[in-house]
Design a protein around this ligand. Structure first.
Ligand SMILES: NC(=O)C1=CN([C@@H]2O[C@H](COP(=O)(O)OP(=O)(O)OC[C@H]3O[C@@H](n4cnc5c(N)ncnc54)[C@H](OP(=O)(O)O)[C@@H]3O)[C@@H](O)[C@H]2O)C=CC1
Ligand SMILES: O=C(O)[C@@H]1CCC=N1
Length: 265
């Protein structure tokens, strides 16, 4: 029985491409879209069948809902009466609770909420999963099997999903923002743009791999770079003066709060 991605936008396409890289046959994957021209792009690019939402809901044994939170009620109202009992429904939207999904599907189906992130495109996603009220161990395992080939999967209680969205779902954006800021600093110091970009990317990739592979705490790694009376502490002093740490705490809390608002539209 096929798997269907409903709402094949940025995240839906990233998940679709991940499924195909993980070995799913294109003829076992269905995709739905809102605009026909988008459907043509997806069908041409991935050789999957693009079908209407109701057909996907009736045909696939697993549905991945990847529309924007604001579009979720409309999608569920459309497919809700047609999802057969036993279908595994995976909701990938920020803010939308499993109860919200369950309430709009006629049959009692297992729902699993997933918050993934765009590094799914390079098989390095962080996906956080939580079971809805009718989802059992076997359903969580199936979701883990789907998302493990494209990155790490962590189970957390649904009460932490908005925090997960703020931390790892939105996390790539903070990282790219940091890259932009560091490259701008290089430009300010007269560095050619291409050189600045190369230096920043390699420094961040190297640091990320070191952090992942060394098992060391980030404080230890930062201290190893920070010589007494040296250059790094001069920079860190400015970051502290500008309250960058406090800004991160506030920013990620704001993202969590926004996630909580999204289910209400
Ligand atoms: N982008 C990210 O980094 C992440 C996103 N998410 C979640 O993924 C979801 C999608 O986000 P994102 O991919 O960024 O948004 P996009 O707008 O790129 O994707 C949503 C897609 O759904 C389509 N769509 C809307 N309504 C329907 C419908 N009724 N039937 C079929 N298709 C429909 C839209 O069509 P159209 O093109 O016409 O608008 C669009 O292509 C969101 O819920 C978001 O919270 C989760 C983690 C990370
Ligand atoms: O910005 C958003 O709402 C989505 C959810 C997580 C990442 N992007």
């Amino acid at each position: 029985m096929p798997i269907a991605i409903l709402g094949t936008g940025k995240m839906g396409e990233a998940l679709l491409s991940g499924l195909l890289r993980a070995g799913f046959e294109p003829d076992r994957v269905l995709a739905t879209v809102r605009r026909p021209e988008r459907g043509e792009v997806i069908a041409e690019r991935y050789k999957v069948r693009v079908v209407p939402n109701v057909e996907a809901a009736q045909t696939a044994s697993t549905l991945v809902l990847a529309v924007k939170p604001q579009d979720m009620a409309r999608l569920l109202d459309e497919i809700g009466p047609h999802v057969p009992a036993g279908t595994l429904v995976i909701s990938a939207a920020a803010g939308i609770t499993t109860a919200f999904v369950e309430a709009r599907i006629k049959e009692r189906v297992p729902v699993v909420r997933v918050m993934s992130n765009t590094p799914v495109l390079v098989d390095e996603a962080m996906s956080v999963i939580s079971a809805g009220s009718h989802a059992e161990e076997e359903h969580l395992r199936r979701v883990e099997e789907l998302f493990s080939p494209v990155g790490k999967v962590l189970r957390l209680p649904e009460s932490l999903q908005d925090a997960a969205t703020a931390l790892s779902g939105s996390g790539p954006a903070y990282f790219f923002y940091l890259v932009e800021a560091m490259v701008d600093a290089g430009i300010l110091l007269g560095m050619p743009r291409a050189a600045a970009l190369e230096m920043v990317i390699q420094t961040l990739v190297g640091s990320a791999i070191m952090l992942r592979d060394s098992g060391e705490h980030p404080v230890i790694l930062r201290e190893a770079v920070t010589s007494p009376g040296g250059t790094t502490i001069a920079a860190v002093a400015e970051l502290e003066r500008h309250r960058v740490r406090a800004a991160f705490l506030d920013a990620i809390s704001a993202a969590r709060d926004r996630g909580r608002e999204l289910a209400s539209g």
